[in-house]
Design a binder for this molecule. Structure first.
Ligand code: UDX
Length: 454
């Protein structure tokens, strides 16, 4: 509920322009807007969301100077450097007249930037206004990054392969294998610099987390001691923000919702590997036959280009459409939150990106975990060994293993237990977003904090 404000406060949001980061930043914008703030989104001109989907925000397009650059994800570190190098001046130029005309633009209270777009912090320093940092990953993963830097500084990397299954002493429940960056290989300087950048919060005066004390409490309290800054874990944002606007820059195919309507309660397995992961043709083939063998209905997102060397579904095996006739739906991109909230969906085969994980828990949907990189491995470990709300898919190129895990989770007794634990976790998370809950309270604290800036 919007609180009446004596003065119009404006916040500037600086997202990192990839789907898994844009989504939580826009959701945070919706949350702050609902609290009475004016919201301006300063967006590098890459993967830009459609402003028409967000009429409540103003958008500032920042020239990131990417023309002529390789913008594939393999080159992401160079792209990040370009954002931080080129967008700073563009944002300063936009803000100079705005800072001078408070009557027109409101009082610019602060800049909120993604941990990766650290130029937001530099610009805030330039104008001597406060900045807050948004971590779109959880605190567990931020601890992982700190630990990798520590190991690197102690010359412990590369670790011997024999240590991969050892528990990391500093990290609750995680093994070296779960760190998301292979610590048995040498880590190059570019990556070390990147890790140093995202763990250094500069002059930020607080940290906003798309996370919750319920899921991330231990890591949040340990990190808070390290940073000595106010923390605002106010997630899951999509449950806290009352908005139906899409945050996808990829077009959603809504026909799958009509298809779900025709399926029975909890019967459908939803499969999606997020916005970045790529799979090999062999995994596509084995997944297809695993699904066929399970005999269960499925909704499968195959992102164009996500199967190495293909356009879309051309490598699905011959005979597969006939084998699953009438019980499969394949789309390029789905309205995922709505899909997971649908009563027909009973399981989620996921890459365990943090947004997908939060969305699945929020709807009480058991998970089958197939992580690829970064935080996805630590998220999987929490899903399978801390919260016990999902199982790990151990062999991704084995149709028998895929068929078996799908059956265990969707219709087996083990699946029933997992579902019960997932529903219990969902209830705790729901409660945290309601009056008296931790995320609800932290949002009020964040609102008061921003309004207290001189
Ligand atoms: C990336 C990283 O891979 C992830 O590990 C990190 O936590 C955030 O940045 P991504 O791989 O895209 O993100 O995964 P995820 O965090 O799950 O975000 C994907 C978002 O896209 C989700 O909000 C999901 O709802 C949405 N989505 C995905 C759709 O709307 N439709 C789809 O078909 C698939």
């Amino acid at each position: 509920m919007a609180k009446p404000r004596a003065q119009k406060h404006t916040v500037i949001l600086v997202p990192f322009p990839y789907q898994g980061h844009i989504t939580p930043m826009l959701q945070l914008g919706a949350l702050l807007h609902s609290q009475g703030f004016s919201v301006i989104v300063a967006h590098p001109d890459f993967n830009s969301p459609d402003p028409l989907n967000h009429p409540q925000f103003d958008f500032l397009p920042l020239d990131a100077g990417l023309s002529g650059m390789d913008t594939s994800f393999e080159n992401v570190l160079a792209i990040i450097s370009a954002f931080n190098r080129n967008c700073r001046a563009a944002l300063v130029d936009f803000l100079v007249p705005m800072m001078k005309d408070e009557a027109k633009y409101g009082k610019i209270s602060c800049i909120i930037y993604d941990v990766i777009t650290s130029f937001g912090n530099t610009v805030a320093d330039h104008f001597k206004i406060p900045s807050l940092v948004l971590s779109t990953c959880n605190a567990v993963y931020m601890q992982v990054l700190h630990t990798i830097l520590q190991l690197q500084a102690q010359n412990q990397i590369p670790l011997p392969e024999s240590r991969l299954l050892d528990q990391v002493p500093q990290l609750h429940a995680l093994r070296y294998k779960d760190m998301g960056i292979p610590v048995t290989n040498k880590i190059n300087n570019e990556v070390v610099e990147f890790l140093a950048m995202v763990t250094d919060l500069g002059s930020s005066v607080g940290v906003i987390w798309n996370s919750s004390d319920i899921l991330d409490g231990i890591a949040l309290s340990q990190l808070k001691k390290h940073y000595k800054l106010p923390f605002f874990p106010i997630g899951p944002f999509h449950k806290m923000a009352a908005t139906s606007s899409t945050t996808s820059y990829i077009k959603e195919d809504r026909s799958c919702i009509a298809w779900l309507e025709k399926q029975s309660y909890n019967s459908v397995l939803y499969i999606s590997l997020g916005s970045l992961a790529e799979i090999k043709a062999k995994e596509l083939e084995e997944t297809a036959w695993g699904l066929a063998g399970s005999g269960l209905p499925f909704l499968w997102v195959i992102r164009p280009g996500s199967v190495t060397g293909t356009e879309w579904t051309e490598l699905l095996p011959k005979g597969f459409p006939e084998a699953v006739a009438g019980r499969g739906c394949i789309v390029k991109w789905a309205p995922q939150k709505e899909v997971l909230a649908h009563s027909s969906v009973g399981g989620f085969l996921s890459h365990c990106g943090w947004n997908s994980t939060l969305e699945s828990i929020s709807e009480g949907v058991p998970m089958i975990c197939r992580p690829y990189f970064a935080d996805q491995l630590a998220n999987m470990r929490y899903i399978t060994h801390v919260w016990n709300v999902g199982l790990e898919l151990e062999e991704v190129e084995n149709r028998g293993v895929i068929e078996s895990i799908v059956t265990r989770v969707m219709v087996g007794d083990e699946g029933k237990d997992i579902r019960q634990r997932m529903l219990a976790l969902k209830k705790c998370l729901d409660d945290s977003t309601q009056k008296g809950g931790s995320s609800y309270q932290c949002l009020n604290d964040l609102t008061d904090f921003i309004c207290s800036f001189p």
